[in-house]
Write a protein that binds this ligand. Sequence first.
Ligand code: PMP
Length: 360
Amino acid sequence: MARVYNFSAGPAALPEEVLTQAQAEMLDWRGSGMSVMEMSHRGKEFMSIAEEAEADLRELMDIPSSYKVLFLQGGASSQFAAIPMNLIGRTGKADYFRTGSWSKKAIAEARRFGDIAVIDAEQDGKFTRVPAADGFSISSDATYVHYTPNETIEGVEFSYIPDTGDMPLVADMSSTILSRPLDVSRYGLIYAGAQKNIGPAGLTIVIVREDLIGSPIDGTPTMFNYLTQADAGSMYNTPPTYGWYLAGLVFKWLKSKGGLAGMAQINERKAARLYEAIDTSAFYANPVARDCRSWMNVPFTLADSALDAEFLKQAGEAGLKTLKGHRSVGGMRASIYNAMPEAGVEALVEFMAEFERNNA
Ligand code: PMP
């Protein structure tokens, strides 16, 4: 079967060049006579893979040397707990933006460890915008401020970095990391599950300023303590070796595409094309405030939801897969991460126009 355009929110499409290279190297990684999957994580071959991946990520994101980059397991969801465990100790308090389904989960987990004040963006039971850049205040006794720059389910994205002064800013970048250049120095900690813009599921990346490491609350498990992981180069136990390797291939691919500045141009064009198609039609709609629309996850509804199943069926037949919206919001969602080519968005827009002509 030919490869389809896969609009899944995650695990999501990977660049075809990366998959082809992984296939070519599958049985014998560069004369080692074995697959990367079969290598000792402490052997010199895997160590070179691991170091190169970290160096490439540091270069791509221009990560200052005062930050550690950790390659962990457990998904972003484990970080919902690890972050308060490692950071909340000083006062037991933190502030969280509440902008959609994922920040709600982060808040619920953080509440197990401390006193969480919420900056709430919910309106009439819906999440369709983020607070204005000057529309919130930070508790003076918080230890950090957490936000979700891109809410994967609602398709709501911050167009600005919240100004938290000296208060460390923590960001769940699972669905927006690597989509454009970023000033890492504005953050105390950035984390992301890999399965959207980094690589396969099973790898979680944490980028953390060194001075925030080393004061976990009592009872923090060894594996959740950033100090353990930082001191061991993310090899306290067996790391997710194959995911780390594939992430490294994705980083090389990004570098070959002009890095994050190059990606940003393409991503901005892809999102603009899709939102324009939605906005110029009376048949499709997106509920998100225009200045809060995600570049990566584009939810949309059909004027008549009775046509949803038919839309998905015909889209699938046209090679446009995984367009069903999250069960909590319904409708459709097109996730257009870095690996989605512009031709995929073009094919979707053309399909949408044709479906509208036939059904409006
Ligand atoms: N945060 C965000 C913004 C997400 O999109 C997701 C996954 N879709 C998660 C957290 C949870 O990630 P994981 O499955 O890696 O725990």
